[in-house]
Ligand binder design. Structure first.
Ligand code: GZL
Length: 352
């Protein structure tokens, strides 16, 4: 059902108010109230409020685009989009605005896992289903309908298996690796999973992690953090970045220091590892061998989120946790596949 039925007077009054909507049912000039052709037209559209956490990376832009193009009027939706600018407070404001507007559904890509109980309880009391996108929350599962995204720890385990296989192919001992770890948004599901994967692999395989620091998934901070580590350590030979933009920044810092991000650790190259595989620049750097391997993180959630909402609208049960499929990219010849939990994942060669 579209807009929850309100009497015609209320609908027209609301529309006449100077409301600050991310996108109205119909575009209007500033200050000119949106006037619907008919209540019927408004009531036909399903309104979804989408609180996106920010615009910090190429991955995020692709994720936003996928959501916006999946919830258009041609699919029967009106999407109200709000950019949280990586601030939980702005996302909270957006969710409360969606609740006040009595949207039909809320999609939330939470910047961090904690602190959502209150606003999710308000949405539940208002009878508005919440679908989590990308990252998770540590709230009780009853406070949201379902989640869609990646298995971030599995992404990390695949990449660490790649590094282990590469090390062996190069005749190196695990103790020969001197790793620095550039983390994403502290407390985000992606950072938690990608950090846990590396920490477990380092412990199991005997790798040294010289240092770790957050760069908030951004290129600028990736460059700054890597530069600070390069000033502190003269033996770094692996840089583990938690997304493409950090990796691009790390390579800028490596080259500014007169060093080489490349494919051959035995030749003095620094091996840069990354996640996402979204930024065109990152895939080009991987083709050149400047990024040694990328664990794909699929941003194209829109169609799957819409399918989940369609299931919910049809009154069907949906899985609480829904995962997207992901690969490993590399142009280096040393490793052709990795195995995690008995499952073999072929390396997608992006050399061509
Ligand atoms: C992962 C997502 C991460 C990406 C980064 O699903 O949360 O946030 O890996 C993005 O590029 O900034």
């Amino acid at each position: 059902m579209g807009f929850k039925k309100k009497n015609l007077f209320t609908v027209l009054t609301l529309i006449a108010m100077p409301v600050m909507l991310g996108s109205c049912v119909s575009d209007t000039a500033a200050g000119t109230p949106a006037v619907l052709d008919s209540e019927e037209e408004a009531s036909d559209l399903i309104t979804i409020g989408f609180s996106q956490l920010g615009a910090e990376s190429d991955w995020r832009s692709a994720n936003t685009q996928s959501m916006l193009e999946s919830f258009t009027e041609e699919y029967g939706y009106n999407m109200i989009y709000e950019n949280g600018q990586q601030k939980q407070s702005l996302q909270m404001t957006a969710l409360r605005s969606f609740i006040q507007q009595d949207v039909d559904y809320i999609a939330l890509a939470p910047v961090t896992e904690s602190g959502w109980d209150g606003v999710l309880e308000e949405a539940k009391e208002a009878g508005i289903p919440v679908i989590l996108v990308d990252r998770r929350v540590d709230s009780d599962k009853s406070l949201y309908s379902c989640w869609l995204g990646s298995d971030f720890e599995l992404e990390s385990r695949k990449l660490c298996e790649w590094l282990d296989s590469y090390t062996q192919a190069k005749g190196l001992a695990p103790s020969d690796l001197n790793i620095i770890h550039i983390q994403g948004n502290t407390g985000s599901t992606a950072q938690i999973g990608r950090t846990r994967g590396l920490a477990n692999a380092a412990r199991e395989k005997g790798w040294k992690i010289l240092g770790q620091m957050s760069a908030d998934f951004t290129q600028t901070k990736g460059r700054e953090v890597t530069a600070s580590f390069l000033r502190r350590y003269d033996n770094i030979n692996v840089v583990y970045c938690e997304n493409d933009n950090e990796a691009i920044g790390a390579i800028e810092a490596i080259e500014a220091a007169g060093l080489c991000a490349g494919p051959d650790i035995n030749n003095g190259d620094i091996l840069v590892l990354s996640f996402d595989g979204t930024a065109e620049g990152a895939l080009e750097l991987a083709r050149e061998g400047k990024i040694a391997a990328i664990a794909e993180c699929n941003p194209l959630h829109g169609p799957k989120v819409r399918a989940l909402i369609e299931e919910l609208r049809a009154g069907k049960e949906v899985s609480k946790f829904n995962y997207v499929d992901e690969r490993i990219f590399s142009s280096l010849p040393e490793v052709s596949s990795v195995t995690v939990d008995g499952i073999s994942y072929p390396i997608e060669n992006i050399d061509n």
